[in-house]
Design a binder for this molecule. Structure first.
Ligand SMILES: Cc1cc2nc3c(=O)[nH]c(=O)nc-3n(C[C@H](O)[C@H](O)[C@H](O)COP(=O)(O)OP(=O)(O)OC[C@H]3O[C@@H](n4cnc5c(N)ncnc54)[C@H](O)[C@@H]3O)c2cc1C
Length: 401
């Protein structure tokens, strides 16, 4: 079946739902497609103890605050409940269990090929997320390792690791939180393997101020200045962590985000305490694996029973839109919403930055406004064209378009 729609949104995570709600608020209807059977599938798959590391007010859908009584940093399940509630608002047209396989351009707009059928859209929003494809480094000997080796996206809670020696690879928010949870949850030994010392920020800033409120404020300052302030604050909050294996990062927080799309590790103070107390032992980067061992960059061998790779994700957009010349470096869209990457095609989300979820809401609102005006312009053009063909308007020979 070939249905034509004003707007199709691909993805029913926070970015896709925010987009559909903003379009609805602008008086437009959109079809939202998601391969999963439920909305917010990325959040459903994340570890049990996960809480937002961004303030709820900076993490909300357009014009839709979290319910009263929600904590400053909502839990994974509260985020899911909130997404579900708003995805269920009247006027939302969700088509779940529908995987988008490829997007094509034609003379009338966009053709969306899905696992179910084919849809046509005048305008398209792609919101498939920046955490689509888990990355596990291709270490020499990886296949020989006899213990358990998983990506952090497969980790749920510390129970399966009780009494075991575990190395967590990667000192981002997830890696540090998982290492801490394992240390608290009865793992026999926990190492945290670090290639590049991370920038670390505390989830909770001074007093009641959420850390990302300060980060979002700093984001708007010149990068060098923001980095100097953040470095000073980190030194005051965390102290010097060099003797615990976390030396001073070479690049500042904001330069890292802007140049490399790398967000800092945002954690609670107790994670840093566990490192200082040696309950998490920081070691150098993993270089290779053997049947029972892991070799580190400084030549030391450790013998973990499990390796958890908190080694990030790729955006994984190539199969969908790789042929449309809209992707640039590291598979990142060349333009992000509200700017179109091609006429009538926008990418919402995909940007690693402070208050990422809230920023998606902004992208969604601005995109909805632009889409409404582009659709209006297209309609009035069409009407003009029909008018030209209308003999009553007496415009002479019609121009063929
Ligand atoms: C562990 C973790 C914690 C995070 N915590 C925070 C935080 O505290 N604050 C913050 O601001 N950000 C956080 N982020 C970053 C980011 O905001 C979230 O990942 C957020 O879920 C991204 O929303 P999204 O809608 O862009 O993508 P997703 O939530 O990943 O949603 C994308 C949707 O697209 C669907 N999809 C993908 N491909 C297709 C396809 N081909 N066809 C149909 N559907 C498809 C997926 O099923 C999914 O439902 C976190 C990320 C991770 C990994």
């Amino acid at each position: 079946m070939n249905q034509e729609h004003d707007v199709v949104v691909v993805g029913a995570g926070p970015g896709g739902i925010a987009s559909a709600l903003a379009l609805k608020d602008a008086g437009l209807s959109a079809v939202v497609l998601d391969q999963a059977e439920e909305v917010g599938s990325s959040w459903r798959g994340r570890y049990d103890s996960l809480h937002l590391n961004t303030w709820r007010r900076f993490s909300q859908l357009p014009g839709r605050p979290y319910p009263k009584g929600t904590p400053t940093f909502p839990s994974r399940d509260q985020v899911i409940e909130y997404l579900e509630r708003h995805a269920g608002e009247e006027g939302m047209d969700l088509r779940l269990g529908t995987r988008v396989e490829r997007i094509e351009r034609d003379e009338r707009g966009w053709v969306v090929r899905t696992s179910a059928d084919e849809l046509r859209a005048r305008q398209l929003i792609v919101a498939t997320g920046l955490d689509r494809a888990p990355v596990v480094p291709d270490w020499p000997g990886r296949e020989d390792f006899k213990g358990e080796l998983i990506h952090s996206s497969q980790y749920r809670n510390p129970r399966p690791f009780e009494g075991k020696r575990v190395v967590v690879v990667g000192p981002g928010s997830s890696g540090m939180e998982i290492a801490h949870e394992l240390a608290e949850g009865g793992a026999g030994k926990v190492w945290l393997a670090v290639r590049t010392p991370p920038n670390v920020l505390l989830r909770q800033g001074p007093g009641p101020v959420p850390g990302d409120l300060i980060a979002t404020w700093l984001w708007h300052l010149p990068t060098g200045l923001a980095d100097r302030i953040a470095r000073f604050a980190a030194r005051m909050d965390l102290g010097d962590l060099t003797e615990y294996g976390l030396g001073r990062p070479e690049t500042g927080v904001f330069a890292d985000v802007r140049k490399r799309g790398k967000v800092p590790a945002i954690v609670d103070g107790e994670v840093i305490e566990a490192i200082k107390e040696g309950r998490i032992e920081v070691v150098t980067a993993v270089t290779s694996l053997g049947s029972t061992w892991v070799e580190l960059a400084d030549g030391v061998r450790i013998e973990p029973e499990a390796v958890i790779c908190a080694t990030g994700y790729r955006r994984g957009l190539e199969p969908l839109v790789g042929h449309l010349d809209v992707l640039g470096e590291r598979g990142m869209p060349k333009a992000l919403a509200p700017r179109p990457a091609a006429p009538g095609l926008r990418f919402v989300g995909y940007l690693a930055r402070p208050g990422g979820l809230g920023y998606m809401g902004k992208q969604a609102r601005r995109s909805a406004k632009a889409i409404a005006s582009e659709l209006r312009r297209d309609r009035s053009r069409k009407e003009d064209d029909h008018g030209d063909l209308d003999p009553q308007r007496g415009s002479g020979a019609p121009e063929v378009v």
